[in-house]
Ligand binder design. Sequence first.
Ligand SMILES: Nc1ncnc2c1ncn2[C@@H]1O[C@H](COP(=O)(O)OP(=O)(O)O)[C@@H](O)[C@H]1O
Ligand SMILES: [Mg+2]
Length: 208
Amino acid sequence: MAVVLTIAQQKGGAGKTTLAAHLGAVFAATRRVALLDIDPQKSLARWFALRVGAKAACALDLADVSGWRLGGELARLGRSVDLIIIDSPPQIATDARVAMRAADLVLVPIQPSPPDLWAAEGTLALAAAEGRVARLVFNRAPAASRLRQAMTEEIAERGLGLLTQSLGSRSAFASAFARGLGVTEAAPRSRAALELRALADEIIGVVT
Ligand SMILES: Nc1ncnc2c1ncn2[C@@H]1O[C@H](COP(=O)(O)OP(=O)(O)O)[C@@H](O)[C@H]1O
Ligand SMILES: [Mg+2]
């Protein structure tokens, strides 16, 4: 059965779709990957459409399902790929619950600042209620700052899991995304690609 990675966070603009796309692209180099876009905004599906035109080197699959077909589609996909990455909408509706329940790891992007952590609380509580492993990941984070340090300490004190690797605020993520590519494909030697690969490695360490 495939490993299921669900990316969730109730705050819009936190980086869910960015993570889903770039992680999908980097994992596709070594694994059979399917993306699932259950956000009605369909940003990941639009990135995927660009990708088809961009003739990206690595094959990736996108399953565009929601609603009552979601559970069945997850089970079907799980038999034919190694990894499923689900991009979820900001609101926790039925689909998001199904995606959460199916997850081997729930990845929750936040900027290292209190409102982002507060916005993540609902998602973290739901993951805990479903008995799922969840990890926060700092996105658009400065390499070091007093606030980042304070947030790291607060997260540890509250017993919430935080991945060590973070992503900085880097235009390479947005410009690769705009071309339907992952940053590891569009700018493989960039800082952004370096961070992304390290994050992918850390995620694999959590799910295996
Ligand atoms: N690490 C980053 N560096 C630069 N821009 C980023 C980064 N993460 C996200 N963005 C930008 O922020 C915006 C919101 O990100 P997105 O992934 O769409 O968030 P969400 O899916 O959580 O709503 C997008 O324009 C995206 O390009
Ligand atoms: Mg999104």
